[in-house]
Design a protein around this ligand. Structure first.
Ligand code: PMP
Length: 290
């Protein structure tokens, strides 16, 4: 595998960064997870936009333009002969001193890894997932805004550990007020009486690109979408429930905190959205091979 670091494609074993990089020392950096389907990079512009928004929020100057970063991402796929896969884009604050002052980091590093991914076992998509709410609450906006896709994922990792300890794959995270925010690496939706509901971004969720795509698909299918604050009660009494994320795509949820959701099987609207999502990803995106 060839990994892009700061303008060069390196062999996997030579793709290394300094132990003084503040991305490692302090989680000071940002990232994106992007998918390629059928020789095209899906929603590339949206992912690069979000990377730049994250960078702005943490006062990190990405040493490349939007267009250069798009080209390098596509090139990383080409160099690895990838038609279907997962691309991880990372920008770190760069090499600094052991103190945390970012002013000592003179040059941010850009890393692009183009690889394969399988987030959840295949049978989970057919059967639906069992999940739990965990005690670790989502970061406060006023502390570390969940809209920033930073390298500081400990909040989510702690929640994931709690889910694993409960014997399940994913966790619902609440915000400090007790409203539903999102999962550790996915946004969430419920269906109630034919309508799609998802927590507002202000509840403490990432501005999910799959979330946005699902909302567009729902509009095309004539399914109304709204973004009210949701509580666990709403999740327990949903007709359908699913998660969305670039890596995970659309995952049906059939049980939460011991309560069976709807019929206990992936719902009709969920299945329709999965079909539409797969059709869309097959044909749209930035071509890797001209
Ligand atoms: N929430 C979090 C915390 C995430 O890390 C992600 C990305 N995997 C998502 C939601 C889903 O966002 P997207 O659809 O843009 O991948």
């Amino acid at each position: 595998m060839k990994v892009y670091i700061d303008g060069k494609f390196l062999n996997e074993r030579d793709a290394k960064i300094s132990v003084f990089d503040h991305g490692l020392l302090y989680g000071d950096g940002i990232f994106e997870g992007i998918r390629a389907y059928n020789g095209r990079v899906f929603r590339l512009k949206e992912h690069i936009d979000r990377l730049f928004y994250s960078a702005k929020a943490i006062l990190l100057k990405i040493p490349m333009s939007h267009a250069e970063l798009m080209r390098a991402t596509v090139e990383a796929c080409r160099k690895n002969e990838l038609r279907d896969g997962y691309i991880r884009l990372v920008v770190t604050r760069g090499v600094g001193t052991l103190g945390l002052n970012p002013n000592h980091c003179k040059k941010p590093s850009v890393i692009i890894i183009a690889d394969k991914i399988q987030v959840y076992p295949a049978e989970l998509y057919a059967r639906g997932m069992d999940i739990v709410t965990v005690p670790t609450v989502r970061n406060l906006h006023s502390a570390l805004n969940p809209a920033i896709k930073s390298l500081n994922y400990l909040n989510n990792i702690l929640a994931k550990i709690e889910a694993n300890n409960a014997g399940v794959e994913e966790a619902v995270m609440l915000n400090a007020e007790g409203f539903v925010a999102e999962c550790t690496a996915d946004n969430l939706f419920i269906v109630k009486d034919g309508k799609l509901l998802t927590p507002p971004l202000s509840a403490g969720a990432l501005y999910g690109i799959t979330r946005q795509t699902v909302m567009e698909l729902a509009a095309q299918l004539g399914v109304p979408v709204s973004e009210p604050n949701l509580t666990r009660y709403d999740l327990f009494n949903a007709d359908e429930f699913f998660l969305t994320g670039t890596g995970a795509e659309i995952v049906p949820v059939v049980k939460i905190d011991g309560r069976v959701v709807g019929t206990g099987r992936p719902g009709k609207i969920t299945k329709r959205l999965v079909t539409e999502y797969h059709s869309l990803t097959k044909v749209s995106g930035e071509p890797i091979y001209e």
